[in-house]
Write a protein that binds this ligand. Structure first.
Ligand SMILES: *Cc1c(COP(=O)(O)O)cnc(C)c1O
Length: 386
């Protein structure tokens, strides 16, 4: 009998993914991106695993996430790049958290905080090279580089890195962003800045656009063994999905032809048949938009979800098959791991297709009510045991 509901995280898979990506990409530095609770996998265990497997930097979006890693005793170089207007930079500088900088105002506030503390703040200037999101606007680059250079002379700030982020809109758009980024690096050098790190690529560009690799890549989705591409599976990229979402069957019933199932009777039984109740719903991150289209595995066989996915539960049509209360239901996992089951388990990408979204959102939204349990199954070759 399996847990009522659980997300099993294979840390061996994460370690193998880091080792494989690090070897394939070959940059001097490798940042493991563990924002959003490591895309739902658990920030602290994933960060420790990634560092042990060869990552030398950690990246998060905001300082709350960064402090949680420091609270757990993780001392590795750590960058946070998204800040609110009232962010307490002093606390971050005191804990050696590097700060992404997206405006002249932020840089001044950080220099002030460093001055009050009597410490040097390590910053990475973020250039907007096309996304129109976070990052310094092109027309402001020269001014902010000069400001940074001045703060360096005053001993308040060290510009340790310059970075940007790609749109993945098209190869042409990414090439243009790489060119803009390179021109930004030249402009920074002209202003007297000598950053040790230039970083632009996340998983997709790190794998397919070598010109975007510079001295460090920031790897998120690849750590978790998922593909950033529509046209390549994790296995084709040499990656193993780390998360398996599963539950146990909470109830089984037989219904007559015509019985309505779940809210709005979106589905009615076409004939007398068996249904299984699964105790996971949209509160747990199971997307309601996948109602009527996603599939799950029970005892190694695939079955369709029928009717609306509710907040806490959904229903699976078994046809004439029988299952028992307590039998294992797998929503998604690694389809390439086969323990003799007749059918592969669905992937996070299958759920994304069913819900009209991307695999990132499927794993990241797995909710707080789902306990994470950790496996660290490594074979002698360093590959996760299958
Ligand atoms: C989330 C994020 C990444 C990681 O992207 P993946 O596609 O998951 O590899 C890298 N850099 C920045 C700035 C991000 O916000």
């Amino acid at each position: 009998m399996s847990e009522f509901r659980e997300a099993v995280i294979d840390l061996g898979a994460i370690a193998a993914n880091v080792a494989h990506l690090r070897a394939t990409i070959g940059t001097p530095h490798f940042m493991a991106v563990v924002k959003a609770n490591a895309y739902g996998h658990g920030a602290v265990p994933v960060a420790r695993t990634a560092l042990a497997a060869g990552a030398d930097w950690l990246g998060v979006a905001d300082l709350t996430e960064a402090h949680a890693l420091r609270d757990a005793g993780i001392e590795a170089p750590l960058l946070a790049w998204l800040h609110g207007p009232d962010t307490d930079f002093e606390a971050a500088i005191a804990r050696d958290i590097d700060l992404g900088v997206s405006s002249a105002c932020q840089l001044r506030t950080i220099a002030d905080a460093a001055g009050r503390l009597g410490r040097v703040a390590n910053v990475h200037l973020k250039l907007d090279t096309g996304l129109s999101r976070n990052g310094l606007n092109g027309p402001d680059w020269a001014e902010v580089f000069a400001l940074g250079s001045g703060f360096e002379r005053d001993g308040l700030v060290h510009v340790r890195g310059i970075f940007s982020h790609l749109s993945n809109a098209s190869p042409a758009a990414d090439d243009e962003a790489v060119a803009r980024f390179s021109s930004g690096l030249d402009l920074a050098a002209a202003a007297g800045l000598t950053p040790e790190l230039a970083h632009l690529a996340s998983t997709a560009a790190a794998l397919r656009l070598p010109a975007a690799r510079f001295s460090m890549v920031r790897i998120g989705i690849g750590l978790y063994g998922l593909s950033p591409f529509d046209d390549a599976s994790p296995r084709e990229l040499g990656l193993s999905p780390a998360m398996t979402l599963r539950a146990s069957v909470a109830a089984v019933r037989r219904v007559p032809a015509g019985a309505g199932v779940s809210y709005d009777y979106l589905w009615r039984a076409p004939e007398d048949g068996n249904l299984a109740l699964v105790p996971l719903g949209y509160a747990d991150g199971v997307p309601r938009a996948a109602s009527g289209s996603a599939r799950v595995n029970i005892n190694g066989r695939g079955y369709p979800i029928v009717g609306r996915i509710a907040m806490d539960q959904f229903v699976v049509s078994l046809g004439q098959d029988g299952v028992d209360v307590g039998d294992e239901v797998v929503l998604f996992g690694d389809p390439d791991v086969r323990g003799g089951e007749p059918e592969p388990v669905p992937s996070a990408a299958d759920w994304a297709d069913a819900a009209g979204t991307i695999n990132y959102e499927i794993v990241t939204r797995i909710g707080h009510r789902v306990p994470r349990s950790y496996r660290a199954v490594l074979s002698e070759s360093g590959e996760p045991a299958r």
